[in-house]
Design a protein around this ligand. Structure first.
Ligand code: DG2
Length: 249
């Protein structure tokens, strides 16, 4: 049996302030760091022994992963960072408060921007200071791959080549247990693919911060089952809170 654990980073400073983040590289809040410690302790208690970790180019995911691995005494394992695991690019919404945006444009429009499968927010200009085109970390990325906004479909399109050509072959060849530390929407994209969730049903999946989500596979990487680690009632409450973040006050 093979296991992949997906984990959204702990609460970020902008999650706390309820602002659209996307590719903005904000840090974890104090609570977010605590959540990462808690997740690491839980994974250790449950006996996970990761052999490799994958994460994004964004520090909220990287730092969460580091805390988790440290709690598990697994700081030494190989870690691969890729821009392909970055959060969905939120275009012109990046930096705006989610509830204020709902006041201005309405709950329904904001739900479309947050959760519709194929309607992206207005794109950033290429030379906007927030654009990946002016950020040194994306220098090695083919310009045609760099987004200025994304809907989930676009996020899935750039994650799947990484899942199919890197994670799956490495697991078939040499690893039984890996962890992927990433983001609410980039992980929703992977989950949609793994579970064959429809474009309509994916709208209602909301991932809480720093709750390990376990996927078990056979040796050929066919999915056997998936489950969250932790108290189901508590997790349900956290998921509902994420869903309600962008409603009018
Ligand atoms: C959040 C997700 O991403 O926000 O970009 O604002 O997981 O990196 O905190 P994360 C953002 P929603 O799509 O849930 O509004």
């Amino acid at each position: 049996m093979k296991r992949v654990v997906l984990i959204r980073h702990g609460e970020s400073v902008w999650n706390k302030e309820n602002r659209f983040t996307g590719w903005t590289d904000v840090d974890l809040s104090e609570k977010g760091v605590e959540e990462a410690h808690k997740a690491g302790k839980l994974l250790k208690k449950e006996g996970f022994q990761f052999e490799k970790a994958y994460t994004s180019y964004l520090k909220r995911a990287i730092k969460t992963l580091n805390v988790v691995l440290d709690e598990m005494d697994l700081d030494w394992i190989p870690v691969e960072k890729t821009w392909r695991l970055n959060e969905k690019h939120y275009g012109m919404l990046q930096g705006l408060n989610k509830a204020e945006t709902a006041e201005k444009y309405g709950d329904e429009q904001v739900l479309i921007w947050r959760r519709s499968y194929d309607v992206p927010p207005t794109p950033l200009a290429k030379d906007d200071p927030r654009s990946p085109f002016v950020d040194a970390r994306y220098k090695g990325v083919d310009e045609k791959d760099l987004p200025l906004t994304e809907a989930l479909v676009h996020t899935v399109d750039r994650i799947l080549p990484y899942w199919n050509n890197t994670v799956v072959p490495e697991m078939k060849e040499k690893y039984n247990e890996v962890i992927i530390a990433a983001h609410g929407n980039s992980l929703r994209g992977i989950i949609k693919h793994l579970k064959g969730i429809s474009d309509e049903d994916i709208i209602s999946l909301n991932l809480p911060t720093a709750v390990p989500y376990v996927f078990e596979f056979d040796d050929n990487m066919n999915l056997l089952k998936d489950y969250f680690l932790g108290d189901p009632e508590e997790i349900k409450k956290l998921m509902d809170a994420v869903a309600n973040q962008a409603k009018k006050k």
